[in-house]
Write a protein that binds this ligand. Sequence first.
Ligand SMILES: Cc1cc2nc3c(=O)[nH]c(=O)nc-3n(C[C@H](O)[C@H](O)[C@H](O)COP(=O)(O)OP(=O)(O)OC[C@H]3O[C@@H](n4cnc5c(N)ncnc54)[C@H](O)[C@@H]3O)c2cc1C
Length: 313
Amino acid sequence: MNQNFESISRKTVPELDAILGRAFKVLDDGFVRVVDYLGNDAAIVQAARVSYGEGTTKVRQDRTLIRYLLRHQHTSPFEMCEIKLHVRVPMDCWRQWIRHRTASVNEYSTRYSIAIDTAQKTSSEDWRVQSQSNRQGSAGFFDQKTGEKFTRAEAELHARSRKIYEERIEEGMAREQARKDLPLCTYTEAYWKIDLHNLLHFLKLRMELNAQYEIRKFADTIGNEIVKRWVPLTWEAFLDYDLNALRFSVTEQRLLKAMLEGDKKEMFEFSESQGWLKKDEHGQLKPHFERAEFEEKLKLMKVDIPWQLNDQG
Ligand SMILES: Cc1cc2nc3c(=O)[nH]c(=O)nc-3n(C[C@H](O)[C@H](O)[C@H](O)COP(=O)(O)OP(=O)(O)OC[C@H]3O[C@@H](n4cnc5c(N)ncnc54)[C@H](O)[C@@H]3O)c2cc1C
């Protein structure tokens, strides 16, 4: 072999090295910490420009290329970077987390070891009321007095179930069976390794406001404390083109066009034809998912919602 390959040095990120192993606290007793990583922004660029050497790139060009790749969903260069996290998460939250199939996972075994002696506690001001408009969501909080009642009952339940668990263990019951009545909010721990492309997909789904609060807190920490330090150019592009970007359907585009042109007739007739403006017996607009999602986008852009204004003329 007489081919002259360039010499290669390991790509490291001093900002991430500085926090290797540091536990970022999440919820009352959870954490996320970086155990190891592979690659950085430059590795993404290098993979995309496989025929060029690293020395030919400039930060500005790297930024432009990364933004282009992310904007156009050229995903494989982002798979060149990987990260391994050690996480401690309540089991109900972990149940949502583990649905992301593109990671490699090793979880703490409560068949093999004694269950971690900590369960997620909720303070009296944090009990959420069921949302009426979103069956999967919450809307507002219980008052302090009701919250205190829930928190007291929670503490009793946690103490009782842990006591029963420990009694079963002391009497020699198999750990795999003794654990069956532990609460779902008992913390578990895992090593979780994932590539950057799939991590961004996880963050996109779990940092959004419609994700459950608890997993959102973990996703926020991974994004803002870890990914931002690790691959700052990718993080910036992700916020811009993915997490905070808005997508408009053809229906929404037609409505936006009518709104921009001030064509109220077209705007209302077309919304009616889509079944968005049906009213109940009190003359109130009936709930409509697609309309509600469009309203959310208008709100984010600080644009008035046409059917909430009085002048429909
Ligand atoms: C707000 C919210 C509410 C949810 N509610 C529910 C619910 O009520 N019930 C429920 O069961 N789940 C629910 N989920 C989970 C959701 O349906 C997904 O399972 C989860 O978000 C993982 O997404 P994913 O499959 O895209 O991710 P990953 O598993 O990480 O996969 C990433 C991507 O890889 C590809 N991929 C991975 N595996 C396969 C495969 N076997 N075949 C083809 N392509 C594959 C897909 O393109 C996929 O998008 C909810 C998720 C969110 C964010």
